[in-house]
Write a protein that binds this ligand. Sequence first.
Ligand code: AMP
Length: 204
Amino acid sequence: MKLLFMGVQGSGKGTQAKIMSVKLGIPHISTGDLLRGAESLLKKEIDSYITSGKLVPDELMLRVLQDRLSLNDCMRGFILDGYPRNMVQAKKLDEITSIDKVIEIVISDSEALVRAIYRVTCGKCGEGHNIKTNPPKRAGVCDKCNGILTKRADDNEPAMRKRIETYHKETEPILLHYKSVEINGEQKIDRVTRDILAVLGIKS
Ligand code: AMP
């Protein structure tokens, strides 16, 4: 099954993609994680886009994505999180593969802002915590793997406002292109998972 999880930053699409990846046995591919983990001469250039909340150029993004999709673990499908972000990327994706279902996890802009500002992420396993609504048991330490929790450079208010604006302007038109299904993201995590499973026709 090839799935796209869409949603404004902080909507919980990464969290849900991780859960569904385990349930369905297909990889979760976050383009943000791919770019943050990129070890190359382009790293400095990539980081400058990410830190200011701007999109990385389409050509560069497509190269990184194609490399990842060519790995064997994607043969049975994948969950894409963070791609496509604009119509150019959506059309490129349509050229290289066909997507079975597009799910949008919907939250308000004000909720997105609060979630990102209080978000901390584990440098080791990538698990996200919210220091307000889902604080770790030990401050600064990941509950899952004891890794160090840090704030992402782009989880600050100016960068976040820019990312929300870009989502509405450039990413939302894609939802019409794919006839996506909306899920209410302002519910408990397990409720959101249940709704996604229902859309996919899978028993929870
Ligand atoms: P995310 O973790 O999905 O919030 O992505 C973090 C940052 O990575 C974004 O603000 C962009 O700078 C970059 N990025 C992630 N996915 C894409 C994409 N599909 N196209 C361009 N830039 C991207």
